[in-house]
Write a new protein. Sequence first.
Lengths: 320, 383
Amino acid sequence: MDAAELAEFRSTLRHLLDTAPLSSTVAALVDSGWTEVYDQGPGEALAVLFQLKGEMLAAASLYELVAAPLVGRDPLQCRIVFPATAKAAPGEFDGYATGSLSGDLDLLIIDDWHGRGSARVVSLAAARLDARPVNGLDAEAGVMRVSGSYQAGDGLLLGDEAAVVLVDVLRLALAHELIGQTGHMLRLAIEHVTVREQFGRPLGSFQAVRHRLADVAVLAAGAASVAAAITPGTGLDHNGGNVAPRVALIAAAVAADAARRNCLQVCGAIGFTWEFALHRYIRRSLVLDALSGSRQAVAAGLGESLMNAAQVPRIGGVQT
Amino acid sequence: MSTSSSSALVEEFRAWLRAHAAELAAFTRRVPVEIEKQVEHERVLQRMLWDAGWLRRGWPESSGGSGGSALDRGTLYDALWQAGYLVPESMAAVEVIGPAVVTYAPDLARTLLPAYLRGDEIWCQGFSEPGSGSDLASLRTRIEDRGGSLRITGQKIWASHGSFSDRCLLLGRSGSPDSGHHGLSMILVDLDQSGVETRPIRAASGRNEFAEIFFDDAEVSRDRLLGQLGDGWGIAMSLLQWERGMYAWQRQAFLHARLEETLREARVPVDAASVGYVYASLCALRLKCRGTLRALAAGEAPGPDISIDKLLLSAAEQSVLDLAAAALGTDFVSGDDEFSAEIRDEWFYSRATSIYGGAAEIQRNIVADRVLRLPKEPSVGRR
């Protein structure tokens, strides 16, 4: 896509996320030609969509849209279950879903976030399911806590390659969403410190304030560079495959953490009010941290796999 | 994203490395002795790589190179570290000084640069002064126009490798004392000529990393100028882009190798999450400065965003060396073996990454001003 096409694509998506009812956002995206744009440039399309989702705090579950086709499933007929516990017992699951759980659905249950990734498919009808909407930290996030069990014969374990592709694209989508949120937290803080004056000067003219925001921008740019280098669906045979998406997720989560701390600090008392939007971003980015299995655990999982291999992959060459 | 091993250049280079493993064995790790001896030792490798044609890649034929993209150089540095060898430390300065000479002084690039590129000579940068560090545009070393020649008087400091360099790329003031960044010029000065004296400075690591250089009415021919009198600031800014780009790329290649060795040689258990975070910061550096390098090689100016690369570099370098130090356990303090000594040197050097080439605080100011467009700080004392 050239710059003009990209801008048009963005504004189409923005309008759609703004206006489509939650339950039919994925269908509306499919109707609007998402698949064609995605096929032309999967990395770019995914970046635009999920960064927008983060920036707009869109609650529509779009994870299925990008993940399901990679494992041969229809996005409208499946629901991702992100694990809430490190390792569920065989035949059981306990996790989060981000959309409604009704109709003729298959559950795409992620069993393991922290290693290479494994996942299975269980039809909603075959699962004994307990689902409750989560109010918790962010009632607007549309998250359901889903736990339950299934008969061994009812769970179809995805092949190794398919599981990796699935988990990788989810990590990448979450990374872009966090990057979008971080960018918006930074914009809110910049607007505030540009307008708000103390001691006869804008807050943003004080070096201590400027440096806090610069630190967020640096981490966000680094995370965006990693995420932009990844093409979804490339699987294991590529240099950094399975490692790069975890790196993108960690870098994005670290940037979001810095944004939560630093943007809140420089917004002063206003940032602590219900009216000011910052707390909504703080809440949602912590929800994403939970969906992605907590950055600390993702970092530990990545560190362990590097230590076991005693190798440090070089992601992306300068000419390749 | 595709694999770097798909590149034919890398395959060819790796085959050559395998075929010459015996001669190259002396260069699998740094020799932790005085820096003068280290540089002498590494020059042998530089010359070997030059003679085999590898270090000619990506430099123009008029400077003794074999042409091609500057990205070839980045590919080779990366592959050398990945294969378990070091990249000669003086190649860092080559990548900062070389491109500026090629662009702004084609005659010098033809006559003098080849000896530098192949490792026959060591050059250094003479930018900082006792009174001008982060505030570079305040520098006072005089470049006086005496018609046929130029005369240089003043003092430079923190010149890396300065005490054993053959030449110095000097930024000095040819305009009036209050001419700010408009009155600066850049010139290549021989350090063995009369009117020039160097004195090593022992760094916190214990090594003579840098030097003071004194100029007392030193006469230099006009044909040693880069660009014209008064072009110095613009050239310095272009040169700093290469420092951010290719230097940062070299460092990330080294840091990947250092992290890998840390995982293999850890003497106490290492915290897995710390490894994950450190590696993530290193990947962020690599992929951010890859974009910068590609822009530079395509002749595009990366703009103020390049300060982000510099900050990512100092954060990544310090975090990798902190991890390497932690993985040594008590040996970081009390180990008298070569590996512990090497890590201590590198750990100390990593502290300087947030200081040299524009301190981290200055880089944050630039990001705040020119990337985030925050309200300016009060202008007192700032140019």
